[in-house]
Design a protein around this ligand. Sequence first.
Ligand code: ADP
Ligand code: MG
Length: 341
Amino acid sequence: MNTLPPLPAGIELIALTKQYAAGSVAVDSINLRIASGSYCCLLGPSGCGKSTTLRMIAGHETTSSGDILLENRNITHLPAAGRGTAMMFQSFALFPHLSALDNVAFSLKMKGVAKDERHRQAQDLLERVAMGHLAQRKPGELSGGQQQRVALARALITQPRVLLLDEPLSALDPFLRIQMRAELRRWQKELGLTFIHVTHSQEEAMALADTMVVMNHGRIEQVGPPHEVYNRPATEFVARFMGGHNVLDTTQGKVAVRNDHIHLAPLANGESGWPATVHDVEYQGTYVLLGLRLDNGQTGENISVMLPEASFAQRPYAPGDQVSMTWAAWQAHSFPPSPAA
Ligand code: ADP
Ligand code: MG
């Protein structure tokens, strides 16, 4: 048995709780260990407590109870500036009237660092994110990608151990968002820092995270690498929230089946599958997405099935077609019994 103490987590949350004065519990006694040097995404629907959790880690929000450790140091009650964390905000929040250099140097100026020294450090950091040659430009004279790098340099000037990002990409157009997330991931690996990134986008979390933390109503539903969360959703909530799954009520209980793991055949006598009727056909390029309704009396549940374009071309379906659905038993995932609430 391994008796060595575990490596210090980048961030450890212990029974962390936030109850706002008048409201209900926004973050409900969560426990979480985030490996040092990893990219962690907090994911969940609006209002589930992601930003509150991040703000408590940053020291921008007090805790109601519980503890926050940064590399084994209890930072729960330290001021924001003394924690070893830094925050990067939505749409980067750069000062429009300051040059890139002065944006990056800003927090050193607040600390009273002399001009030459703060400019030297800011210039170093801008070089590091390949922005040294644009140090004199103002944010309005920079592309979205360049602004992101300035925002990153500005957060890094305090030499944080952990970078906190609250929906940093959500104000960008979809094309830029995909470019910027690739860049964030690259910088995280290169810098070797712990990143904790809040998003409501499953796609963004899957693209970025080493570890995904799926939250709902102030609690953690599942923690794991993206492929594990996607392929083995621990709860019905996670299966539905991640998308790409159907939750089916079988005789063995509810199961999740990925929508590309369901096979369709024209309904014929003696067919062993579940009968359903096609009500919607959507061409999506690589795939065709079919919307189905079950014919067995289970109402209210829309089933989605993704067929590769080539197989749809070979055997097309149209609204009104009756089909039989089958799936391999090993591709149906039941949910472990949930711990008593
Ligand atoms: P998310 O970032 O996941 O969308 P938040 O952490 O912002 O969620 O909010 C979690 C819950 O706490 C929500 O119900 C929200 O209305 C509530 N909340 C957030 N900030 C405050 C606040 N300053 N005062 C009172 N309630 C708040
Ligand atoms: Mg939020």
